[in-house]
Design a protein around this ligand. Structure first.
Ligand SMILES: [Zn+2]
Length: 261
């Protein structure tokens, strides 16, 4: 029977292996470029393992990873933790069920967010089931306190969040689950993009979404969003772009701000 210290060491070694494997996969699949992206796992109540700042994720080594306390302070010398550690800490502080966090820059998902298109929860039944809500957080300056502030409310409601003009954040009870959610977000974004290029996208009828809700409830899966409230991926979405009047108001407001500045 291994001692508690040995068990902690084994868990940390396994965490290091998993993070390196996921980072390589993220780079190879084009979800990040250069030193982009960051990944963490919760080792215990008071210890976190996270990717370092400024290292290419395709070249990452197990010994490059940083162990920190629950406030993000490194527990040993060596590399600095990711500059985006604040959003990882936020997820672990707010969600006891989360044991891994993955941040990447998936091209289609970020492009759709930039274009004001939220992801099609109500269009692809399997996305509904595996991901639940994919919410988009307003723009915040990377590496600052603005990021957790913009994410706080969304992280409580979703396991997959997009950061406007920046990237994705996916959470999971394990690193495998968090990484799989990243793949699903980007795959959903690619399908949504392809479908919208071909023409109008019709939503899943509400009665079918209702049936999915029943399936999700039966299996204890993700919550299915109700009635397209958060989505503008199809004409039924209620979060669609502002109407003519709303747009006019926004333009007048922006011009007013410009004239005052
Ligand atoms: Zn980023």
């Amino acid at each position: 029977m291994p001692s508690p210290a040995q068990r902690r060491a084994d868990e940390e070694a396994e965490g290091r292996r998993q993070i390196v494997r996921v980072c390589r996969r993220m780079y190879e699949r084009g979800f990040i470029a250069g030193t982009d992206g960051n990944v963490s796992v919760r080792l215990s109540e008071d210890r976190l393992l996270i990717t370092p700042s400024g290292v290419h994720k395709g070249d990452l080594l197990e010994e490059d990873l940083v162990v920190t306390d629950r406030e993000g302070k490194p527990l040993a010398g060596g590399r600095r933790p990711s500059s985006e550690i604040l959003m990882h800490l936020l997820c672990y502080q707010l969600r006891d069920d989360v044991h891994a966090v993955v941040h990447a820059h998936p091209v289609h998902a970020v492009a759709l967010a930039m274009a004001g298109v939220s992801l099609a929860n109500c269009i692809l039944p399997e996305s509904c089931l595996s991901l639940g809500l994919i919410l988009t957080a307003p723009y915040s300056t990377p590496g600052t306190e603005e990021v957790p502030a913009a994410l706080r409310e969304l992280v409580l409601r979703a396991d997959a969040v997009l950061l406007d003009r920046h990237g994705s954040l996916t959470l999971g009870r394990s690193l495998t689950v968090a990484y799989n959610r990243l793949e699903s977000v980007e795959h959903t974004a690619r399908i949504t993009h392809a479908a919208r290029c071909l023409g109008e996208v019709s939503p899943l009828p509400e009665r079918q979404v209702e049936k999915l809700r029943e399936v999700a409830k039966r299996y204890g899966w993700a919550t299915i969003p109700r009635g397209c409230d958060e989505c503008n991926a199809c004409p039924n979405g209620r979060a669609a772009a502002p109407d003519r009047e709303g747009l006019q108001g926004q333009i007048e407001e922006a011009v007013g701000r410009y004239l005052k500045s």
